[in-house]
Design a binder for this molecule. Structure first.
Ligand SMILES: [Fe+2]
Length: 42
C-alpha cells in the first residue's frame, strides 16, 4: 500500500500536479496507513 502511494506521489510531482491534488493523495496515503494499523489489530 505504502509503495503504491509513494509511486503515485512521485508521479504527481514529476508531472507538476497541483498542490490540491498532491495534498489529496497525501491524505489518502495517511488514511490508508492509519486504517491499516487499525485493521491489523482486529
Ligand atoms: Fe478507509
Amino acid at each position: 500500500m505504502q509503495t503504491t502511494f509513494d509511486n503515485a506521489l512521485m508521479g504527481l510531482r514529476a508531472t507538476g500536479a497541483s498542490v490540491d491534488i498532491r495534498d489529496l493523495v497525501e491524505f489518502l496515503a495517511r488514511h490508508g496507513a492509519e486504517e491499516g494499523k487499525l485493521l491489523a489489530t482486529y
